[in-house]
Design a protein around this ligand. Structure first.
Ligand SMILES: [Zn+2]
Length: 171
């Protein structure tokens, strides 16, 4: 099952990537693509807000850079699109049945349910690379397990390296 291989490192650790394209393994000719994300934590679920931004530069050849950028923008557009469509067309049908104090929570839950197909799609057909930033650590999620393992080994000087939640890969 092609789930992603996740490497968890301290947020402050300056990461090193294998010197080849993260998506097709070809020579990236020194090209890097910057990926941005926002920190998530308990406040994301309580206040529906994101924390400070995090970015990392990842080796990618020029055609793959375009694909990665399109996929990320596409994913964002779908998330925003589904949310807007639901709030405009779906929510008015539900609004009358939901008590006022829990309205916000029910709306959030409904949006998450609407986005579930996208989450499942990403889970089973993961992008070449994705990042999830938390307040003191970052998950680097790779589709290619070999690339992920090489990445983990290159960064073994970090305070910790966890591969798929298994601590300390050792030398
Ligand atoms: Zn490539």
């Amino acid at each position: 099952m092609p789930l992603s291989t996740d490497v968890n490192l301290p947020r402050e650790h300056v990461v090193r990537f294998p010197q080849r394209c993260v998506r097709c393994n070809a020579d990236n000719e020194g090209r890097l693509i910057r990926l941005w994300t926002h920190t998530i934590g308990w406040w994301t679920w309580v206040f529906w807000m994101f924390g400070r931004p995090f970015s990392v530069r990842v080796p990618a050849c020029s055609p793959c850079s375009r694909v990665i950028r399109c996929q990320r923008l596409g994913g964002l557009a779908i998330t925003i699109g589904v949310t807007i469509v639901f709030l405009y067309f779906g929510w008015p049908w539900l609004d009358d049945f939901v008590a006022r104090p829990i309205r916000k929570w029910v709306a959030m839950l409904a949006v998450i349910l609407c986005l579930m197909p996208c989450f499942l799609w990403e889970l089973f057909l993961p992008p070449a690379i994705d990042i999830t930033a938390y307040s003191d650590n970052v998950d680097y999620e790779f589709r290619d397990p070999d690339y992920a393992l090489e990445f983990a080994i290159l960064n073994r000087d970090a305070e910790w390296v966890k591969v798929d939640d298994t601590p300390d890969i050792g030398d």
